[in-house]
Design a protein around this ligand. Structure first.
Ligand SMILES: [Mg+2]
Length: 127
C-alpha cells in the first residue's frame, strides 16, 4: 500500500472512530479472528509459504524505518504503518505457534522484568 493510501485510510478511520461504537471495533476484530479460524488460514501451505515469509518481510520493513529514524530521515506515518504491520504479523505468528494469551502474558512478564532489571543495572541507557 502506498504511503498516501495508508495515510488517507488511517485518517478516515481515525475520524470515524470518534463516532464509532465499541461494537464496530469488536465486529472487525471478530472478523479477523474468524478468518484466522478458516481452513485456508490454518493450512500449512498458507502458514509456511505465506505467513512466515511475510512476517520476516514486515519485520525487515520496520527495521528499515527504524534505521531511517536514527538517521533523522524517519516519517511517522511510515513508522506507524510498519509497526501496525508487525503487530498483525506477531499476532499471526502467535496463532501459527499456538501460543495462548496466558503463555504470551507470562513470557512478556518475564521479559519486562528482565528489561527493568537491566535498566536498573545500567541507568545510563535510559538517559
Ligand atoms: Mg510493512
Amino acid at each position: 500500500m502506498e504511503k498516501v493510501d495508508f495515510e488517507k485510510a488511517y485518517n478516515e478511520i481515525r475520524e470515524r472512530q470518534i463516532e464509532r461504537t465499541d461494537s464496530w471495533i469488536h465486529e472487525t476484530i471478530k472478523a479477523a479472528h474468524q478468518f484466522r479460524e478458516s481452513q485456508k488460514y490454518k493450512s500449512d501451505e498458507f502458514y509456511g509459504k505465506r505467513c512466515i515469509p511475510l512476517a520476516i518481510e514486515e519485520m525487515s520493513e520496520l527495521t528499515k524505518e527504524l534505521t531511517k529514524f536514527l538517521r533523522d530521515k524517519g516519517d511517522m506515518m511510515n513508522m506507524l504503518q510498519e509497526i501496525a504491520d508487525v503487530y498483525i504479523c506477531l499476532d499471526t505468528l502467535r496463532d501459527i505457534f499456538d501460543i495462548s494469551d496466558e503463555e504470551l502474558k507470562a513470557a512478556e512478564m518475564v521479559k519486562y522484568e528482565r528489561f527493568l532489571d537491566g535498566m536498573n543495572k545500567n541507568p545510563e541507557v535510559t538517559k
